[in-house]
Design a protein. Sequence first.
Length: 240
Amino acid sequence: MHVMHKIILFIVFAIATRVTAFTRSRTGHASRTTSCPTPRTSTLNIMSSSTHSLPDINYGLSDEEFHSWLTDEVANCPGRNTYSSVYDDSIDAIIQWRKRYRGNPLLWKRIFKKERVIKELIESAPIIEMVKKVVESSPDGSEKFTIIDLCSGKGYLSMFLSEILPADKVERCVLVDKAWAIASKDTTELKPHHMNWDHIYGINPMTDESYFTTWPINLYTSKQGKENTAWFLRRCLECK
């Protein structure tokens, strides 16, 4: 007997599923922002009371100190109060990323750039909230969800979801982007034009274990261009 997985689609550029945060400039006009106002105080006091003295990678901090620092950094972000639990869960998720990539500083530096990650969190928070409600409301024992993240980029949204959603209700997240290489045994190295996927398929130098096996919900990449996206979606919706 074949089971059809429930599918959640995120069509990033076709419909307004990602929310762009706006703040008011001093002139009173709406301006696009990808960062948050600097918090007035910081719970950390390392070399300076200003959080600007802390590098994005924060190698010298314990996970608890990093959590406190990051909590301060997002304190004034758009949607912080509206999606409070999502922000809290996402900060915990980033801590899990930090633990996963410990021992691989080059990879962590590439994945965690403060402004970029906070921007992704601001844009993803409404989606995470919606998906949590849908997934958590599904009956126990029902067919699992497959999440298809179109125009995924590096996959920050799915990385958040993998850490936050209940793994017993989600089968996989599929990160769809034209910049990926084709995921097959024949792909032995990435070309310069390919997006780096070491954060998903790379090997942990401390354990020789693939990062792929460490995600609570498996992350898969799929190379799809605009010319075959419609075909890909039909295949997904028809899969049994």
